[in-house]
Design a protein around this ligand. Structure first.
Ligand code: 3AT
Ligand code: MG
Length: 335
């Protein structure tokens, strides 16, 4: 009878895996959408080159890091070599140019924390944000994309986690919860920690790619095609990983002492980073070290109210994965 129960249990897990993979597949942007994104970026390049012949345009964020779901906005960075550019002037000029080319809803937000021009392409319906010289974001986009190439389970897990976070209202930095970028780093770190590991620590390996951006050295092993069987000793399925991810953040993470660090592939101590007290607005209630700007805690947006919301949501998700007969529905119920 025992082995019969095991077989039934196995079937349940297989069914749950298939459900999660189905959700993942349904979130992937179709090829036509990728083509349209490229077309819009090509148009933008053409317009930009006329005014700034030396400038480059880079896609960053979820359209460039491979963690973008269907219908995401495009994040674009205009890189201008001239170090003393006045960003506001450039943005206003850029807004002018875009407006005269019939792009819609063009707005220059020169006073935002990251100043941008927003626009919408009436042909494709795609929205786009353009920032100036935010090259660290371009480099961290490449890091995330490189990690995604190593093991398919990273992209699957991160899509599920981002979808959960958006459904549950905990992907809103202006309300004190975490950015998509932070969630992807949490997923990478989690897969680095599995036993056996599913992801390596690229910044701890031989350096094959190095750039210095804004005085920050960004260096790591980027020949990831050589690592395509790295995680194969670990056979965990996506359903197990989703369960273990939420379980970790609900019950095992030491919020009082620990910092998760993709850069080192390990847990660091808050004391070591001097992140034990509130300084200004940085409260360090959940600590996620940026892989390149190591003094930057991606949890710094979280305050004493939103940390409770976040932890309750992690606990809710862990409970659902443990006990709910149909976790794939309940997990993503709107809040
Ligand atoms: P969505 O699919 O749009 O939710 P995304 O990956 O595009 O996810 P964001 O729009 O929040 O995420 O951010 C765009 C990029 O900007 C992602 C990352 O390369 C960079 N970025 C975002 N937040 C930070 C941060 N706090 N520090 C450094 N880079 C950041
Ligand atoms: Mg984005």
């Amino acid at each position: 009878r025992n082995s019969k129960r095991q077989i039934e249990c196995r079937r349940d897990i297989d069914r749950l895996n298939a459900r999660f993979l189905g959700i993942y597949e349904s979130l992937i942007p179709p090829d036509e959408e990728k083509v349209k994104q490229k077309q819009l970026v090509t148009l933008l390049k053409k317009l930009v080159i006329k005014e700034w012949p030396e400038a480059e345009l880079y896609i960053y964020g979820s359209c460039g890091n491979s963690f973008g779901v269907s219908k995401s906005d495009i994040d674009v960075c205009l890189a201008i070599e001239d170090l003393d550019v006045n960003k506001s002037e450039v943005l206003l000029k850029l807004a002018d140019i875009l407006q005269s080319d019939n792009l819609q809803n063009v707005q220059a937000l020169t006073r935002a924390r990251v100043p941008i021009v927003k626009l919408m392409d009436p042909v494709t319906g795609i929205s786009c944000d353009i920032c100036i010289n935010n090259l660290l974001a371009v480099v961290n986009t490449k890091l995330l994309r490189d990690y995604a190439k190593i093991d398919a389970r990273l992209r699957q897990l991160a899509f599920i986690v981002k979808h959960w976070a958006k459904s549950r209202g905990v992907n809103e930095t202006y309300r004190g919860t975490l950015s998509s970028y932070a969630y992807v780093l949490m997923c990478i770190h989690f897969l680095q920690q599995r036993k056996p590991a599913i992801l390596p620590c690229l910044q701890g390996m031989e350096i094959t790619y190095a750039v210095t951006v804004d005085n920050v050295e960004c260096a790591y092993f980027d020949q990831v095609e050589k690592l395509s069987s790295f995680g194969s000793r670990n056979k965990e399925s996506i359903a197990q990983l989703v369960w273990a991810f939420f379980n970790y953040w609900a019950y095992w993470h030491d919020y009082a002492n620990d910092v998760i660090s993709v850069r080192t592939g390990s847990i660091l101590s808050k004391r070591g980073k001097d992140w034990t007290r509130r300084i200004g607005n940085d409260r360090h209630l959940i600590c996620i070290e940026d892989p390149f700007e190591t003094s930057h805690d991606l949890g710094r947006v979280v305050d004493k109210f939103s940390i409770r919301v976040l932890r309750e949501e992690f606990e809710r998700a862990a409970e659902i994965m443990q006990y709910d007969p149909d976790p794939c529905v309940t997990l993503f119920e709107p809040y």
